[in-house]
Design a protein around this ligand. Sequence first.
Ligand code: CA
Length: 514
Amino acid sequence: MKKSKRILAAVLAAVVSLGVLTSCGKEKVKPISEDGLELTMFMHFMNYTVYNDDWPIFKKAAELTGVTLKGTASETVSDSSQAFNTMLASTTLPDIIHGGFTNLNEIGKDGALIPLEDLIDEYAPHIKAMFEKYPQLRKRATADDGHIYYIPGSLSGMDAEALPSLGWFIRQDWLDKLGLEQPKTIDELEKVWTAFRNDDPNGNGIKDEVPFFSRVGGLGSLFHLFGTNESGYMLDEKTGKIVYAPITPEFKTAIKKIAEWYKDGLIDEEVFTRGGQCREQLLGGNLGGSTHDWFSSTASYSARYADSVPGINFIPMAPPADVNGKVVEWDSRTPVHGYGWGISKDNKYPEETMKYFDFWYTEEGSDLISFGVEGIHYNVVDGKKVFTDKVLNAEEGVPTYMRGQGQVETGVIRKFDAEYQGMTKEAQKGWDMYNDNGWCKKQTEFDVLNDEEVAINGKYNSNINTFANEQRQKWIMGADDVDATWDKYVETIKSMHVDEMIKINQAAYDRLNK
Ligand code: CA
C-alpha cells in the first residue's frame, strides 16, 4: 500500500497520541460493569440507519465493557426526525440519545440531556485527551451555553484538515483514441468535451456521447472551477467573509459558462433527472465521458464493464485548474462529522455511560469501529489488520456492508487506514494522487446555530434556497438568460433577507474558527 507523506504524518501523530493514551492504562479493556449493565439507546438517523441489537460490532463492545445497548427506535418508522420527536415525547427517555449536533444541542439546553463536562473530567481520560489535543473537537461539541451535551466523532481521524473523498474521472481510452491529453485547464476541458461530443469516441457512428455527467445531485464540481459553489454559504478567501455563493460575481461567471456547456450538449441533458443509476446507464452504455464522484465507488466501473464495453478505462484525473489557475478539489472530507451521543436526564448510570463512551475513544474502541471484529471482519496478517474476503467482496461495497455490522457515525473516532484498505487499487490510486498533491480544500465549517439563529434560519433559509435552486436550473437549461435576469434575481434574494442569513452564518463561522 502506497503511503503518502500526509498519511504518514497522520500515522505518526496517531502513534504519538497513542503514547499519551497508553499512560491511561491501555493493555486490556477493563469491564465497566462486572455484573453486566443494560442501557437503552435511541439511534435513528439519515432515514435509514436504526440501531440494531444484533450488530456484531456493538455485541463485541458489550463483551469487552460489560455494557449492552438496547435499541429503542423502530425500523418501521422511516423518517428519522419523526422517530426523534416521538422518542422525545416519551415519559421516560432512553439512557443514551444519538443524533445530529443541532438536535442534541437543542434538547440538551431544554434539559433532556445532562451536561457532560464533569463526567468527562472524571471518567473519560481518552475523550479528555482527544479534546485537549484537538480543541476543534471540543468546540464542535460545545453548545452556546458553554455546556457539552454530546460526544462527537470522526470518520477518518482528526489529523488531516481535508481528506479526499470525491474526484474527477475520465475515459482515458477515449482520450487515447482521439489523440488527446487529460485536460489541465477549463479551456482544455471544454476542448476535450467537445471532441467527445463530436468525434464519436465510442465508434458507433452516432453522436450519442455524453461528455460530462453527474450522479451526486448537482453540478457543484463545475462551479468549483470558477471558485464558487452552486449553493449555500461559504468563505470568500479573498475577503475572509462569509458570502451566499449564488449571488456572487464568481457564480454569475460560472452559471453563464455552464449554461453554454449544457446548450452545446457537453453536459448530460438529463443531469437533473437521471438519478442514482447514471454511472450504470452511461458507463455501462458506453456513453459517458467524464464525471466527478466518490473515488471508492467510481473506480470500480472499468472492471465491472470490461466485458460489455471493450477497452473501457475510466480513471481518476487531476481537477482541471480553476479560473484562477489553481488546482483544487472542493469536495473534501472534514475531520468531524455531525453525529454524536449524549446521556439523558433519565439515565441512572451516568458514570458507567461516560466510561462506555470513553471506551469508544480508546485504541480498542477505534479499532473495533474501524475494522470490526477479529475473525469475522478482519484477521491479523503480519501484524496488520486485514479485512476478510467476506468484507472485501461484499456485493453492496465495503462501506455499506460494514454499516450493517454496526459501523455507524456516532461518538467514535474511526481510523482512515481501515477505509483505505477497503478501497480498490484503482480508487487508492486516485485517492493518493489527490492527497499527495494536497489538492483538497478545507471545508467552510460552521458552529451549531444558537436559538436566535435557528429562528432566523427557520424563517428564511429554505425560501431563499428554493428560489435560488429553481433559478439555477432555469439558467442551466436555457429557460432564462443570465444577463437579462441576474439583477432582478439578486434583488429578489436580498428582499428575502439573505443579509440576515449571511450575518448568522458569519457569526457561526466566527465562533468555530476564530
Ligand atoms: Ca457515438
